[in-house]
Design a protein around this ligand. Structure first.
Ligand SMILES: [Zn+2]
Length: 460
């Protein structure tokens, strides 16, 4: 509603993540027409009224979290069915075969449940790396939830072990172009559409080059999977006599509007190429750990940040990491490197929290609007209820948030000034009905495709 105001009144701490990283103790926030109009001490803003006032005593307020790699549309219907010792290539083959069998109805409800989980635990903006088939119908789910999403059409033009559909190069290019044209800027700009070649190993040079040209020409981003799996490194050494990221650099694919996903096992020369070209990155620690990517040995988060590289966080799909809570990614980022480097003097809690919040929109080119709580920015906020055992006793809100809390303490989520989670419940959907619906759609999908995996233990 034009002119409508919302006031967050008297929060215990506001973590602004602004230029000075100010923490406002006993602070209030005034929102008008979806933008932050004022942030100050509650005592100073005492006389200011609003159409709606949220009492935030004992709350910690943060910017919305950003998940820059999350396949939203297929996991929840069949979540957790795969044994945890299945080789990633084998189970990703199953994942994409199941995804191909999904109907419009399957995708709509599965996406809605995925989004509900993300939003409920504090994610306000995310990248779906091009795996949604029925964007028209899923657009209704995005609208309902009010989330910010980057979509695309993930394409390949080479045979691949993941069973992704192989298009001709010209058809793949046409699909990229049509998707951007049709969806970029939809839902009042909440939806952005990008070029999304799936993975450089499964795309021809011509497709990669044209995808980059389209992204540059249209002023949008490009994301692709860039996990330097052992097979990938061997493939590039044998076919191009170089490393995967150096090959992309040589081709001219890297750049400030490019987001590389996973970025595990990069060497110094590859890090230099990413830094020099101002290419953005997203790491998904819960997925890398679960998929045996040797991330504790080969991921280079501290070195990349030290070089000025924008490293944002993601989770990957609900059947890769299975954990979609943004605070799990933040926590893992804060602890992984302390363990692997044998020192506590690496990746402080503040750096991990920056990766989960302000670095996310920066990786998407949205840092002028999102990522910190500052006057003029969009009002995407998360309110954590600290009257819970895991938050107490409360003295240092950053340490409490990163090391002790998780998404279950998210009390209220606001996107663009709209309250989408209130008192731990999504406001846009009946969660009970939705989980029942997706359970039955998942059972139907498994029956249709014949995919069966059961628990290892006997179900009696
Ligand atoms: Zn992915």
């Amino acid at each position: 509603m034009k002119g409508s105001t919302l006031k967050i009144d008297g929060a215990r701490f506001i973590l602004t993540l602004d230029g000075q990283r100010r923490i406002v103790e006993n602070g209030s926030i005034l929102v008008q027409d979806g933008r932050i109009q004022r942030i100050d001490k509650a005592s100073v803003m005492q006389g200011i009224t609003a159409d709606r006032v949220i009492q935030a005593r004992d709350m910690v307020v943060t910017p919305g979290f950003c998940n820059n790699h999350m396949h939203i549309s297929y996991a929840h219907a069949v979540r957790g069915i795969f044994p945890d010792n299945l080789d990633p290539t084998v189970y990703l083959g199953h994942v994409f075969a199941l995804q191909q069998a999904m109907t419009e109805e399957d995708e709509y409800y599965t996406s809605l449940l995925g989004i509900t989980e993300l939003v409920k635990y504090g994610t306000t903006c995310f990248v779906d790396p091009g795996s949604t088939k029925f964007l028209d119908v899923c657009l209704q789910a995005y609208d309902k939830a009010g989330c910010r999403i980057v979509v695309g059409d993930s394409v390949v033009d080479r045979p691949n072990p993941l069973k992704l559909p192989v298009y001709s190069t010209s058809e793949a290019i046409r699909r990229i172009e049509t998707t951007i044209e049709k969806y970029d800027g939809r839902l009042d700009g909440h939806v952005r559409a990008w070029a999304m070649p799936f993975d450089s190993a499964y795309c021809s040079d011509a497709l990669l080059l044209e995808a980059k040209r389209i992204a540059d020409h249209r002023g949008v981003g490009l994301t692709l999977h860039q996990a330097n799996r052992p097979g990938n490194i061997t493939f590039y050494r044998e076919t191009h006599n170089t490393r995967p990221v150096l090959y992309l650099d040589r081709l001219g694919i890297l750049g400030p509007n490019v987001l590389l996903a996973h970025v595990v096992d990069v060497d110094d020369a590859e890090i230099d190429a990413i830094a020099r070209t101002n290419t953005k990155t997203v790491m998904c620690p819960p997925a890398s750990l679960k998929m045996g990517s040797r991330t504790v040995h080969t991921a280079r988060f501290p070195e990349m940040v030290a070089k000025g590289i924008c490293v944002s966080l993601g989770t990957d799909a609900g059947n890769n990491s299975n954990l979609l809570d943004p605070l799990r990614s933040v926590y893992l980022t804060a602890v992984l490197y302390k363990d692997s480097r044998g020192t506590t003097d690496v990746v402080p809690a503040e750096m991990a929290l920056e990766a989960g919040t302000r670095e996310g929109p920066r990786a998407l080119g949205l840092e002028r609007e999102l990522g910190s709580l500052e006057v003029g920015k969009r009002a995407d906020l998360v309110l954590f209820d600290t009257r819970r055992p895991e938050w107490r006793s409360l003295f240092n809100p950053v340490n409490a948030l990163v090391y002790a809390a998780d998404g279950r303490s998210v009390h209220t989520v606001i996107i663009d000034g709209r309250v989408v989670v209130e008192n731990h419940q999504a406001t846009f959907v009946n969660e009970g009905e939705l989980v029942d619906k997706v359970q039955s759609l998942g059972e139907g999908l498994l029956a249709r495709t014949g995919v069966t995996f059961g628990p290892r233990w006997p179900v009696v």
